[in-house]
Write a protein that binds this ligand. Structure first.
Ligand code: IPD
Ligand code: CA
Length: 293
């Protein structure tokens, strides 16, 4: 049993352990669930559409305890801790270049969580500095949707998994008209810029459709599972995409930046797709323009 495999299994257990906390603040019928209103207050972070709830903080605190217990002496950092430090996420990663670190998002898809739309997750990854490629590389990743119970996980060289089933990207579709995609728009909408909306419109016209589901980590897991053929977005944070980038790679997909360069987790833009549609997507992005504002 490889060390990465056993560390991945421990990570999976950690995510499963915090799922009940996430569900405490959640209901599928918010209109009639009066208790939830007092339970769930939201605050804004970087802008009015960048929300945080009491449960983002509760889950973050629980995760920090679990990481400290299961991986003593290792660095584990969550979105809420990093955001509160006001440091740029990339500079925070660089502080840990020499020894690697765990990064996690206690709730990815907070807007969905706050609105009772059951598409959100807890996601975490172990990152190590790759000296040959000069970048942070995810070696272990896991993403759990506590409502559906779906647990997506991968470690480098070990394939991508949904529970006990190995998953693959969908290798069959080469015609964009038969492909389904997902995208997202940065929570601070001004960061998305018109290019995101133009691209959404253009690819919607030229494909089977483009979904916008509101959790980058689950969107990437859906590419890995072969449910959609591709996903792109600007303005993301490393914890949104680290686990999903590894899942897509281990499931046989291709990941890059939106200009086709090698993915850099701290840069915030990502294109993930099946090998057959990657070039086509890059060409559509180039025609539309690939800047974030
Ligand atoms: C958000 C989600 C969403 C993406 C936003 C992210 P959060 O993360 O991943 O899909 O479009 O850019 O900020 O705020 O819910 O953790
Ligand atoms: Ca979050």
């Amino acid at each position: 049993m490889s060390d990465l495999y056993s560390r991945r299994k421990t990570l999976e257990k950690i995510l499963q352990a915090v799922a009940p906390i996430m569900l405490e603040g959640f209901t599928l019928t918010p209109g009639i669930d009066v208790n939830r209103k007092s339970l769930l207050s939201t605050e804004s972070k970087s802008g009015p559409k960048d929300l945080v709830t009491l449960f983002d903080k509760k889950v973050e605190a629980a995760l920090l305890e679990h990481f400290a217990r299961e991986f003593p002496g290792e660095v584990a950092l969550g979105e809420e801790t990093i955001s509160a430090s006001k440091k740029h996420p990339e500079s925070v990663l660089f502080e840990h270049k020499s020894h690697g670190l765990w990064i996690f998002d206690p709730i990815d898809g907070t807007t969905n969580y706050a609105k009772a739309y059951p598409f959100f997750c807890v996601t975490a990854a172990y990152l190590a500095w790759n000296t040959q490629e000069n970048l942070f590389e995810p070696l272990i990743g896991a993403t759990l949707n506590p409502v559906s119970g779906e647990l997506f996980a991968a470690h480098k060289g070990g394939g991508a998994w949904l529970g006990n089933t190995q998953i693959r990207i969908n290798p069959d579709v080469s015609d964009p008209q038969k492909a389904l995609f997902i995208t997202g728009f940065a929570s601070e909408r001004s960061q998305s810029g018109n290019k995101s909306f133009e691209l959404f419109k253009n690819i919607t016209k030229e494909s089977l459709g483009v979904r916008r589901d509101g959790s980058a980590a689950l969107d990437l897991a859906y590419v890995a599972a072969g449910r959609v053929e591709g996903y792109w977005e600007w303005g993301l944070a490393p914890w949104d995409i680290a686990s999903g980038a590894l899942l897509v790679k281990e499931a046989g997909g291709v990941i890059s930046r939106l200009n086709g360069d090698t993915l850099q987790l701290g840069q915030g833009d990502i294109l993930a797709s099946t090998p057959r549609l990657h070039k086509w997507l890059l060409s559509r992005i180039e025609v539309t323009g690939n800047e974030s504002a």
